[in-house]
Design a protein around this ligand. Structure first.
Ligand code: 3HC
Ligand code: NAI
Length: 705
């Protein structure tokens, strides 16, 4: 912490160091220390200017998010008060920014009289991702410095920008060539500003860039229209736009007051609580029972994938995209060629959409080596098996892998339903075996379920956790059980959707309700996208274990028998025009549904949107409770992430278990009990749900111990 006794002097420049590991969050203690150091410098006649810089790997990650709930964020000096004091200082203040400066950690430099940085630094206002607006002047000062269009892009997306780009835009005044020079360059600039006549320049006084926006009155509505799709359901992006609008229309102090009010409103909203929950959930998920920070991790510089089908091809792309060479094997040339053609087609399509350069696509492709030589994978650091879902075949493959792989190689299976322990047991080193359950399309979907076998070693877990980040995935550790966590929770959701249409709803109504809740699509649209033939095959596979005395909806099987496989045949639960992905209700399906209800002796009734939502959501939450109490998942926030990244659960609702806590676990339990009384099958409340409801507990506070 800086304090008045430790305000360093470089000639006439007072150098203040922020030091609050690990990320220099601007918590109350740091704010007090900064204020003390600054006031001491103001009073010192020998100090003519200041430099503020930080110890550690970054300038600052911004306001201390944990203080939002404790109330300490509002205690004096608030960040806003500190920044106002710095901006009003008669002695110029230069921020020397390295590593990252985010949120309040960037608003602080914006209140300084100049900013110096170093290549590679990232600066930005990610508050929107936490469901809030920047609350310490960011929405008022950034547009004054870089203009409204660039500020809208930066604040509403929340994406950081490189300091080099900030320099081009006039946000950063000078760039030091390296971190070693940063403070020297800042000190020289501070001396220069101190030598100038008059008070130091303040961002709040700038108006030139705002004047440009006043000449373009349609700017804000156009911007709103441009984000309508990606921001659907979110409140914060629109609140950010309003604040920037206020910067253009109101005097600085009024704009600042508007931003403050908006910040407080957003911070208290359920959406922001949910998004903050997700922020901490992502960090919490990295903590895995039995895996320590010091647990050694294997370095992964060569990967191998067995099978170049739907999943194998996508998995190979994940490695290539991360710059890791990968060999892909098949048993015959035709399959290998087809797989590689698909991969090439995927890259070509990304290039044609302008999201990847031709050269980068070529470079990635060059990292994928197709081969029929199984033995050539012997030197891989990790092997991921993605062959047909057949236990005998998987056992045969793992026996062969055991014979040829290096002793320290990680041997992973992408099975979606088979017992990882049974597969591991055919090897002499089950501790090296792990499940890596990718989601389709594997090169796109962010979720990676890391299936911890009974004997999987901590080193293997630590290594695949680290690897999942490298290949752009959110790795969530789960235990071995039928279908693991994600799909196991998906079944009751899809199943109830099926029952609802037998009882009186139609696919378009169910999908609308789920879409309005915030999912990208409903269960029937999802079925059409995945392919009704795929679902049918899974059901055939599970048929021998299906409890025959429990309710089963036959409609999906009938659609399959009619050749309605979904989008791939332009007909599934819905109808699709050639080349279009827009679902259109189809009379043939409507008639089939009504006929089936009759055959089953079900009298169709009006079903409310509320019932649809509850019948789809609560059983999946109920299954989440079972997954937790069986120890398949360590904590409920992991299940939230599984649903966010695996199935597009709306982030602003925090995930299904957070959603249950927010509507009340007792309410979910009582509703499930009522459903169970009426519909009996499948809907029995889980013991953990019942216990939490009885004790007034929440999933968030529950822990396995
Ligand atoms: N407040 C409180 N804790 C924070 C924090 C913050 N702003 N930022 C990070 N942390 C914590 C993390 O929870 C983590 O704690 P843990 O070790 O107990 O899990 C620890 O610091 C290290 O963080 P990461 O593991 O995330 O470290 P990385 O190096 O991977 O990432 C980072 C660093 C990119 C800065 C990332 O931490 C980050 O994105 N932080 C949040 C940035 C942000 O959203 N800032 C805006 C805050 S709101 C604000 O400023 C309001 C203002 O406008 C008034
Ligand atoms: P797929 O049928 O598209 O591909 C499997 C590929 O493996 C085929 O190309 C086949 O030729 C090849 N293969 C078979 N035996 C082989 C061998 N001995 N050596 C090398 N290659 C061999 O199947 P898909 O969908 O890619 O599934 C693969 C695995 O991934 C399965 O275990 C499946 O359960 C799992 N999975 C599938 C998901 C999906 O949505 N399709 C999602 C998550 C997991």
């Amino acid at each position: 912490m800086p304090d008045p006794d430790h305000l360093d002097r470089r000639g006439a420049v007072g150098v203040i160091t922020l030091d609050n590991p690990p990320v220099n969050a601007l918590s109350l203690s740091l704010r007090v220390a900064l204020q003390d150091a600054f006031e001491a410098g103001l009073e010192d006649p020998e100090i003519e200017a200041f430099v503020i810089h930080s110890a550690g790997r970054m300038f600052s990650a911004g306001a201390d998010i944990r203080e939002f709930d404790s109330g300490a964020a509002g205690e004096s000096p608030t960040l806003g008060e500190l920044i106002a004091m710095i901006e009003a200082s008669p002695k110029p203040v230069v921020a020397a920014v390295h590593g990252a400066a985010f949120g309040g950690g960037f608003e602080l430099p914006l209140g300084c009289h100049a900013r110096v940085s170093v290549p590679g630094t990232r600066v930005g206002l990610p508050e929107v991702t936490l469901g809030i607006v920047p609350g310490a002047g960011g929405t008022q000062r950034l547009p004054r410095l870089i203009g409204v269009p660039a500020a809208l892009d930066a604040i509403v997306s929340g994406k950081p920008m490189k300091a080099e780009k900030g320099y081009e835009l006039g946000l950063i005044d000078e760039m030091a060539s390296s971190l070693d020079d940063l403070v020297d360059v800042a000190v020289r600039l501070a001396e220069k500003l101190a030598a100038e006549d008059g008070p130091p320049p303040k961002v709040r006084d700038r108006d030139d860039r705002l004047a440009e926006a006043r000449e373009n009155p349609g700017l804000f509505d156009d911007f709103r229209a441009s984000i309508a799709r990606r921001a659907r359901g979110f409140e914060a992006p629109y609140a950010c736009i309003e604040c920037i609008e206020a910067a253009v229309e109101k005097p600085f102090d009024e704009g600042l007051a508007f931003e403050r009010e908006t910040f407080t409103r957003c911070r208290n909203s359920l959406q922001s609580k949910a998004q903050r929950h997700v922020f901490f959930a992502e960090r919490e998920a990295r903590r895995v029972r039995g895996v320590e920070k010091a647990t050694p991790k294997a370095s992964i510089s060569q990967a191998a994938v067995l099978g170049c089908g739907t999943m194998g091809g996508g998995i190979a792309m994940c490695f290539a995209n991360a710059g890791i060479p990968v060999r892909v094997t098949e048993t015959e040339q035709g399959a290998l060629d087809r797989g590689m053609d698909k991969i090439r087609g995927n890259y070509a399509s990304t290039v044609s959409k302008g999201r990847l350069s031709e050269a980068d696509a070529e470079a990635r492709l060059a990292l994928i080596e197709p081969t029929l030589d199984f033995d050539s994978i012997a030197d891989a650091d990790i092997v991921i098996e993605a062959v047909f879902e057949d236990m005998a075949l998987k056992k045969e493959i793992f026996t062969r892998l055991d014979a040829i792989c290096r002793p320290d190689a990680i041997m992973a299976t992408n099975t979606s339903s088979l017992d990882v322990d049974e597969i591991a047991a055919v090897t002499s080193r089950p501790e090296q075996v792990v499940g890596l359950h990718f989601f389709s399309p594997a090169n796109v979907m962010r979720l990676l379920e890391i299936v911890r076998g009974e004997k999987t070693s901590p080193e293997v877990l630590a290594s695949v956790m680290a690897m999942s980040g490298r290949i752009g995935k959110v790795g969530i550790v789960v235990g071995v059980c039928d279908a693991f966590a994600a799909n196991r929770m998906l079944y009751p959701y899809a199943q109830q959707a099926g029952f609802l249409i037998e009882e009186g709803a139609f696919p378009e109504q169910v999908d609308r309700v789920i879409y309005e809740f915030g999912f990208p699509m409903g269960p029937f649209g999802l079925g059409d996208l995945a392919g009704l033939d795929v679902g049918w095959r899974v059901r055939q596979h599970r048929e021998p274990t299906r409890p025959k005395d429990l309710r089963y909806s036959p409609i999906a099987d009938r659609l399959y028998e009619m050749g309605r496989y979904g989008q791939k045949t332009n007909r599934g639960w819905f109808r699709y025009e050639e080349g279009s992905r827009t679902p259109i209700p189809d009379l043939e399906v409507t008639e089939l549904i009504v006929r089936t209800s009759e055959e089953l002796g079900i009298e169709r009734r009006e079903i409310s949107d509320e019932e649809i939502l509850q019948r789809c959501m609560y059983p999946l939450i109920n299954m989440g409770a079972r997954v937790l109490e069986e120890g398949i998942s360590e904590r409920s926030s992991d299940l939230d992430l599984v649903w966010l990244y695996g199935y597009g659960f709306p982030r602003y609702r925090g995930g299904p278990m957070f959603y249950a806590d927010s509507v009340g676990v007792d309410h979910v339990y009582e509703t499930m009990k009522r459903f169970h009384e009426v519909h009996t099958d499948w809907l029995e409340p889980a013991p953990l749900l019942e216990r939490l409801a009885r004790e007034g507990g929440t999933f968030g506070d529950w822990s396995a111990s």
